[in-house]
Design a protein around this ligand. Structure first.
Ligand SMILES: C[S@@+](CC[C@H](N)C(=O)[O-])C[C@H]1O[C@@H](n2cnc3c(N)ncnc32)[C@H](O)[C@@H]1O
Length: 209
């Protein structure tokens, strides 16, 4: 897997922040919409979104849910903070924080949402360990990501794997390694975005004593 450093994430998203919504807003919206529909059904009291970016999901979360959004990029967070949202009963907090070293106590959240972050964070295993720590036992973890192996996207994956460090994205990213290998419970998996570009994976955070 290609190396992506924390510095690489920060400089990449400093560059993308002013144009992110135009580049990746609509094209990845189906995955966000499906993820937020699941959140609507689950109605968590406290939700953490890691890699909240420019806040493209925020208007879709239930108004009573307390939302904490974290991101490494201050420029992306500034865009999220400037987003006009309808008045909401739940609390909304946006914090600059590394999702691989979360400053929250164990078992803080009913639901953790991870849209399009797992393959851009420097160490996906550390991120998984952290979200599982802060998510309550049997809480919900929702991951939207591209996983390798979908026929149409294989050529694109091969080309972009050569550019990964520069574009801040790992195109070859395997479901078996990053989802199946962990001892959480896979509740459901659905395709999202054009031509099955991404998957939405709903997991239960099984915690062993
Ligand atoms: C592809 S964007 C996705 C943004 C948003 N979730 C969306 O749906 O468009 C990835 C975001 O994750 C953030 N990110 C990557 N690694 C991170 C980490 N370890 N901790 C916090 N944020 C991270 C980046 O700064 C960027 O804003």
């Amino acid at each position: 897997m290609s190396a992506v450093s924390q510095n690489n994430v920060i400089t990449t998203y400093r560059f993308y922040a002013p144009i992110y919504d135009r580049l990746f807003g609509r094209v990845l919206e189906d995955g966000r919409r499906k993820m937020c529909r699941l959140v609507e059904r689950l109605r968590p009291v406290d939700l953490l979104e890691v890699g909240v970016g420019t806040g493209l999901t925020l208007h879709r979360y239930p108004a009573e849910t307390n939302i904490t959004g974290v991101d490494l990029s201050q420029e992306m967070l500034d865009k999220a903070a400037g987003r006009a949202l309808s008045p909401r009963a739940g609390r909304l907090e946006l914090l600059r924080m590394d999702a691989e070293a979360l400053a929250f106590p164990d078992n803080s959240f009913d639901c953790v949402a991870v849209p399009y972050v797992l393959s851009v964070t420097p160490d996906p295993d550390r991120l998984v360990a952290e979200i599982r720590r802060v998510c309550k036992p049997d809480g919900h973890i929702l991951i939207v990501n591209h996983f390798s192996g979908s026929g149409f996207w294989m050529f694109f994956e091969w080309v972009s794997s050569r550019l990964a460090d520069r574009i801040g994205f790992r195109s070859t990213f395997h479901y078996a390694e990053h989802i199946e290998r962990h001892d959480w419970q896979v509740v459901s998996v659905q395709n999202a975005n054009a031509l099955g570009l991404s998957k939405l994976v709903h997991l239960r955070n099984v915690k062993h004593a």
